[in-house]
Design a protein around this ligand. Structure first.
Ligand code: MG
Length: 237
């Protein structure tokens, strides 16, 4: 029995009837996390906060607003003002853009093509509000993604780890949790997906240990996108 079928039984869900695969974007489709890590740590340092690259990976998936507010609450005992938030997020965005073009994660395109050929719907569910990244999708992945098959930071009130982004993707796709699988790389994204009731595949493209992804609730962890591509048949064929 496939892991996903075990999951369906455990959840008392109906038998396997997969309709869609929901892809997180940063760290799954784009190898953008090193840029995000550098941009956030530099911005935080400029604003007097101590924030490591490891912190960036642990908090990946949070909206920029939430990341900044958390830090203000922890270190200054209050939320950031809208002006402070906008200034810091803009600063982070400027650093990010200055590092040049983000490359796709190797083998992501091949996996997308395989999934598309299986007749499954493909959605993007991201906490990102980087307009440049959204525009870059088309450039690297061609016509695989459609504008209406995306949930971004602009669509949700609560970012990951809240389940809202994945619940909204289910709603947009007009399907139930047992008809989707999620591909994530980050602990907060995994929590969001698991809390939305969806079978969650982690692909560890970053600097965190597998253990952290499993503790977040991932149902299976692959060490790389190449491994996920070559073993996709153990998920779905
Ligand atoms: Mg990610």
């Amino acid at each position: 029995m496939k892991k996903i079928e075990e999951f369906l039984v455990q959840q008392s869900y109906p038998p396997l009837d997969l309709k869609a695969v929901f892809f997180d974007m940063d760290g799954v489709l784009f190898d953008s996390m090193p840029f995000h890590a550098k941009a956030w740590t530099r911005t935080m340092k400029n604003n007097g906060f101590d924030y490591t690259e490891y912190d960036v990976y642990l908090n990946e998936g949070r909206t920029g607003e939430s990341t900044i507010n958390e830090l203000f609450l922890r270190h200054r005992g209050r939320m950031a003002t809208p002006e402070e938030r906008q200034a810091m997020y803009a600063e982070k965005g400027r650093y990010f853009e200055s590092y040049g073009e983000v490359k796709p994660v190797k083998y992501a395109l091949e996996l997308l093509q395989k999934i598309q050929a299986q007749g499954l719907d493909i959605y993007i569910v991201t906490g990102s509000a980087q307009r440049s990244l959204l525009n870059t999708l088309h450039h690297h992945f061609g016509s695989i993604f459609e504008r209406e098959k995306m949930v971004t930071a602009f669509d949700v009130k609560h970012g990951k780890p809240h389940p809202e982004p994945y619940l909204m993707a289910l709603k947009k796709a007009k399907i139930e949790p047992w008809q989707a699988v999620v591909i994530e790389n980050a602990p907060l994204g995994i929590r969001s997906s698991v809390d939305a009731g969806i079978f969650t595949i982690a692909v560890n493209t970053g600097i965190l240990q597998d253990k952290i992804l499993l503790e977040a609730g991932a149902h299976v962890v692959f060490p790389s996108m190449h491994d996920l591509l070559t073993q996709w048949n153990i998920i779905y064929d």
